[in-house]
Design a protein around this ligand. Structure first.
Ligand code: CUA
Length: 319
């Protein structure tokens, strides 16, 4: 989609991320100045007062107490800290005070060990791990507001090019917003250690131009595929434990512990980003998730080779 995918906060495409980059440059400039001054004076002292042949070996004159110097090295750092504190506070409030306009897209993200549930309450869409949002241009801003919740432990939602990280805390609801200005796919990651597969809790955000986003919404709102040739596989799916954790709209499967599979094949990855969503990987995943993602909470389904073939044959029709 043109824009290279990088998790770098120095390539922002959304207002909160631009603000964070600007603040980072200010902080970097100040601390670089301090570094140059301190390192320069240190270097000067090392060279100017180094031991030379012919030194008499006596200590230099010992000086105790200087009100001027002590005031300088107390007041100047204090002022620097005040400047850093006030500018940071100003940026935080500017980002947090931004209220959701009435037509903002509302998305609820629920952190789970180790995947992200993504709900669009007003659109009736439930998906996982891959957030889709509309482009927000200056002429017609369409920001996306995220409500962050956790089903278990503390996670942290972080797409560096779109916004700062926001912790996802059990029993507490956090909010954040993004207004991406450039279409593309942006990658991110859970940023708070949350157990064995913390590193396997990846995020992808696809930013679509408005009409493309509307098509994505329509496709997600459609009923699950029900192809005659996949009925045998659907039988397997609804007759085993899959349905107690997963939902496929229009079937008996209405579990909520695992990702909604209604449009499973619209997602680029499985296991919250640990593998591309190919039929081969899907088969390996259902057979034994821990082979692709050690510690994954989904159990190995212990199906026969024939059942596995039929089940995967069904899953790949869920476009
Ligand atoms: Cu979820 Cu780390």
């Amino acid at each position: 989609m043109g824009v290279p995918s990088t998790p770098s906060m120095f390539a922002p495409v959304s207002t909160p991320a631009f603000a964070i980059r600007d603040l980072s440059f200010l902080v970097l400039a100040i601390v670089t100045f301090i570094f140059v001054v301190v390192a320069g004076v240190t270097l000067y002292a090392i060279l100017r007062y180094r031991r030379r042949p012919g030194d008499d070996g006596r200590d230099p004159p010992q000086v105790y107490g200087s009100t001027q110097i002590e005031l300088a090295w107390t007041v100047v750092p204090f002022l620097i800290v005040i400047v850093l504190f006030l500018t940071t506070t100003r940026y935080i409030f500017a980002i947090e005070r931004h209220a959701a306009p009435p037509d903002a897209l509302e998305v609820t993200i629920v952190g789970n060990q180790w995947w992200w549930e993504i709900r669009y309450p007003r659109l009736g869409i439930v998906t996982a791990n891959e957030l889709h949002v509309p482009l927000s241009d200056a002429a017609r801003p369409t920001p996306t507001f995220l409500t962050l919740q956790s089903a278990d432990v503390i996670h942290s939602f972080w797409i560096p090019q779109l916004a700062g990280k926001t912790d996802v805390i059990p029993g507490k609801t956090n909010r954040m917003w993004i207004d991406p200005r450039t279409p593309g796919v942006y990658v991110g990651q859970c940023a708070e250690f949350c157990g064995l597969q913390h590193a396997g809790m990846l995020l992808r955000v696809t930013v679509h131009p408005k009409d493309e986003f509307d098509r994505w919404v329509a496709a997600q709102q459609a009923a699950a595929a029900d192809l005659p040739e996949a009925r045998a596989g659907r039988e397997v799916f609804t007759s085993v434990a899959c349905i107690s954790c997963h939902t496929v709209k229009g079937t008996r499967a209405n579990g909520v512990f695992g990702p909604d599979l209604t449009h499973l094949m619209s997602r680029a990855t499985i296991g919250a980003g640990v593998a591309p969503n190919t039929p081969e990987n899907l088969r390996a995943w259902v057979n034994d998730p821990s082979a692709l993602k050690p510690g994954a909470l989904m159990p190995a389904m212990k199906l026969s080779r024939d059942e596995l073939d039929r089940l995967v044959g069904y899953l790949v029709t869920l476009r």
